[in-house]
Write a protein that binds this ligand. Sequence first.
Ligand code: S3P
Length: 446
Amino acid sequence: MTEHSSPRPLTVGRAAGPLLGSLRVPGDKSISHRALMFGALAVGETRISGLLEGEDVLRTAAAMRALGAEVTQDGPGAWRVAGRGIGGLTEPADVLDMGNSGTAARLLCGILASHPIFAVMTGDGSLRRRPMRRVTDPLVATGARFASREGGHLPLAIEGAREALPIEYRIPVASAQVKSALLLAGLNAPGITRIDEPEATRDHSENMLRHFGATVEVEIAGGGRIISLVGQPELRAADILVPGDISSAAFPLVAALLIPGSDVKIIGAGLNPLRAGLLACLEEMGGAITIENRRLEGGEPVGDLVARHSSLRGIDVPAERAPSMIDEYPILAVAAACAKGITRMRGLKELRVKESDRLSATAALLASNGVRVEIMGDDLIVHGTGAPPAGGGAVETHMDHRLAMSAVVLGLAAARPVRVDDVAFIDTSFPGFIVLLNGLGAGLTP
Ligand code: S3P
């Protein structure tokens, strides 16, 4: 059974006072998954610090162990991976359970496709509803075979290619998960794997591959990129420092903008430009955010984010910005609900296939708390009045951690308490979220 056995409901009242102080958010989820996976494929011992110890990433750690890598925790966030080398993973003895994590499941499909082994993968109720064909269809060209439930859903059986072939593929959707799965498969194929992405998506895989010694070339092509990977490199173990997750920082950041008198500093947040679309939006809305102490850590740009309470105004968010903030729309919608005027977020088709259908679930979250909201095609339109939303509603989070955190922030800012059906899934990406908000003065009773 992979579901949480019992839901943890939470009623969130208005913040007890301003949010004040400084904090660190847990390590970046995308980078954490990749650190464990690339570490397992490298030769030698990779030392990771700042690893996110959320449930999603722990699933990846367990899967890499089941495939023969030695994965050891030395202390909080400090992990070691003794890699098996490219092509060196071994057949798992049991089903791989990826829990709630689409990134873990999809990237692992890429790894398994070019290993001559048989594996079966499953996940929780949310993951078993999510599309997998976006990775399995192109991976068939490596020589791998997949058998799945109707619609390509997990559980999925994978028979990896004996001698994998490199792929040339134009990805039809903007997805770093698809891109990364294909690059991972290409690692154990001779020749060049070439991936054409029509819109640039997060490039953590490309950065980390280079960090481990692979040759990756990136050509800018319009708004997108063409990525070429030279197959069968020797990946050499390398230390990795995981920055704070900007997608987690987003929640205390927006809470600080919305709650009167707040002044919060988030130390060491990742600022990769392909992840930072939310900051551009919040600045356009009039949010007082400053970035201090910009630096490079482990090859990724990092900085300290300072956010102070601000009066926000509605904006138009262009569809082109979506890949750089794809996980941040629910919390941006909460900010929009507290802003004055209309915010239109365009081109959100991909939100329908996240941990939940985030487009309708975000609209429902706001509507049930007195906010006027519409979905027009793939756009989400939020009508803010500039006053705190009424609140008083019940929110269904559909096994989706980001909806749960967005609902909590809405509750802190709304006039009346917001009832959240289940905050347990927050642990997939942000263990300690409630405690951390309370440390800033939120006054939540868990
Ligand atoms: C991720 C990519 C995004 C994002 C997810 C993490 C990654 O998914 O939503 O949370 O680590 O590559 P898509 O690639 O499906 O857009």
